[in-house]
Design a protein around this ligand. Structure first.
Ligand SMILES: *[C@@H]1O[C@H](CO)[C@@H](O)[C@H](O)[C@H]1NC(C)=O
Length: 285
């Protein structure tokens, strides 16, 4: 089968990063992989059921233990710990300080620094609505991204989160759906321009599917996308969850992808392919 769309984006940041970046990872510092000594991130909104805190997991990747500091400066949260090779340390983050809510600008940025290269995961395990993402270090962040979400279920929005890595960053978002942002209504295709400082965030939510929304910035930003809570695929009640990935910038995308079916899943897997450029030919093989 051959089909044509406008440019290739393998939907799943999960897939791209855990696959492409991990495979291409050289062990040297500075490689374009998912190991790093600095991370800037946030958590997009989840259902508020039992008010579980969001968590970060830091994994040691070097023979010399890394000293890691996690900060949420807006609330004065800071913690420092050591993590050795192959060890996983989990940090509970005060939820109200790190979870984006609604559609607007907010100070919810998290800063992670490490003396040696580590890997970091964000984990948001609310009661029966959980997801985790692979964090990308600041040395692979970029200035052009596309959101990847799922068609919303019920009144739970699809959503995009952006964190500034530098003061005075101009972020432009062209949403694929009409949205309300900071109390103003924007039509699909109308550019929303926001200035973010370092560790300042925005969240954009829509009752429609924000997949394919284009996010550009004049300095590198950290981008997240997914859905607050959504049922993917068969729509079966009780199968919904929070979904989120940290989105790889366009300049890290690739041309070949390998997928492994989930064991025991007979209904097939769901893929979404998003185009960055016109006239990109996509061929399953
Ligand atoms: C981390 O390890 C160093 C070297 O062993 C030690 O001096 C330091 O106190 C440790 N820091 C923490 C937060 O445990």
């Amino acid at each position: 089968m051959t089909f044509w769309i406008t440019a290739l984006y393998l939907l799943s940041a999960n897939f791209l990063l855990k696959g492409y970046l991990a495979d291409s990872a050289a062990s040297n510092t500075g490689a374009r992989d998912n190991k790093g000594t600095e991370f800037i991130l946030t958590f997009t909104e989840n259902l508020q059921r039992d008010e579980h805190d969001a968590k970060l997991q830091a994994v040691g990747t070097t023979q010399t233990p890394a000293t890691v500091t996690v900060e949420a400066p807006a609330v004065g949260f800071t913690t420092t710990f050591n993590v050795s090779f192959g060890e996983v340390k989990t940090v509970d983050l005060p939820r109200v300080a790190v979870e984006l809510r609604g559609s607007g600008v907010q100070d919810k940025g998290i800063h992670v620094t490490a003396s040696e290269e580590i890997t970091v995961y964000g984990v948001f395990t609310e009661s029966a609505t959980s997801d985790a993402f692979l964090a990308l270090p600041t040395d692979v962040l970029g200035t052009e991204h596309f959101a990847s979400c799922s068609p919303p279920s019920g009144s739970f929005p699809s959503q995009i989160g952006v964190v500034g890595t530098d003061d005075g960053t101009t972020v432009s978002i062209v949403p694929k759906q009409g949205v309300t942002f900071d109390g103003l209504a924007y039509a699909a295709g109308q550019t929303i321009t926001v200035t973010l400082d370092r560790l300042q965030c925005l969240q954009l939510q829509s009752d429609g599917d924000l997949t394919g929304s284009h996010i550009t910035s004049d300095k590198s930003v950290a981008v997240f996308s997914g859905n607050l809570f959504v049922t993917v695929g068969n729509g079966r009640s009780g199968s919904g969850d929070h979904i989120v990935e940290m989105v790889p910038p366009v300049d890290t995308w690739g041309r070949q992808f390998v997928t492994v079916p989930l064991k025991k899943r007979t209904a097939g897997d769901v893929f979404r392919v998003i185009a960055a450029r016109d006239n990109t030919q996509v061929r399953p093989c």
